[in-house]
Design a protein around this ligand. Sequence first.
Ligand SMILES: Cc1cc2nc3c(=O)[nH]c(=O)nc-3n(C[C@H](O)[C@H](O)[C@H](O)COP(=O)(O)O)c2cc1C
Length: 324
Amino acid sequence: VVVNHVEMDHTGALPEVMEVAKPEKLFCSPKGKENLLKHFHRDDWPYEVVKTGDRLSLGGRTVTFIETRMLHWPDSMFSYLMEDRLLISQDAFGQHWATSGRFDDEVDRGELMQQAAKYYANILLPYSNLVQKLLGDLGEMGLEPEIIAPDHGLSWRKDPGMILEAYGRWSQQRAKPKVVVVYDTMWHSTERMAQAIAEGLAREGVEYLVMDLKVSHRSDVVTELLEAKALLVGSPTFNNGMLPTVADFLHYLKGLRPRGKIGAAFGSYGWSGESVKLINAELEAMKVDLVDEGISVKFAPSGDDLKRCRELGQRVGRTVKETL
Ligand SMILES: Cc1cc2nc3c(=O)[nH]c(=O)nc-3n(C[C@H](O)[C@H](O)[C@H](O)COP(=O)(O)O)c2cc1C
């Protein structure tokens, strides 16, 4: 039995498997052994600790192990079947996608890449430096997989190079001229500001998306942000803070450590008006380069206020085009 990753969605059934298979050996990385013991408390299992480059001959086939620490757990590793050039990549290159297809050539390519991007943005983004190093290591080891089989979603057999190339791009956090406007609102004032900003972006002809956190899940917003250059965040002031949905989104995004983005905040308020300042602080904490001090509007936006929002959209649109 080979354990490439100790997380419960991969090992939940391990005690039963061990019981039925009664394997001679249980292969895992050094951290894998440590973490298996912390999950299952079975020091009677026949652990065989392997490191990068170790090989296991199965007779007709040889498995090479490659440790992939912190991608995305300390214990993670790949197993590579050399004769078949089959890379069993555990969580890397995967998608949280349940479909009747099993391989990349059986499904719509655009949907597959969107699902793979969603997986990367939500799980692997914080470890982008390690992804880059791993891609380099795979090249140095001369591994050229013909099939990449992740533990979630579909396997890549038609064009494994496509997902390797995408991981190269995503791990460099390379952006395109795209802007995401994300907001929540109670009485639609902040929403009208978001729409005016979008009008400005449209005038500049950049790709943009307006996402209302009441209907867009945070995981979908960060997926759209993966290749976006700019992020504009809006919230009304709510009990001297921002709306909980916006706070939730910013907290989630900060943990994913996005890099190289520009941004600004906007929002309506009634009397104290803290939201824009608080959003600015959150954006700065995640190293977003603020292109504006942000737009605060008391209650419903006037024609002039909406004009300022359109101008902000245009300025962001121009900056995005200039910097890329
Ligand atoms: C429950 C509640 C709490 C609020 N708390 C504040 C506050 O602490 N400070 C403030 O300036 N405005 C506060 N407001 C006023 C809103 O910020 C204001 O109505 C704003 O225009 C709403 O923007 P929206 O239309 O985008 O929801 C509060 C409103 C509600 C309903």
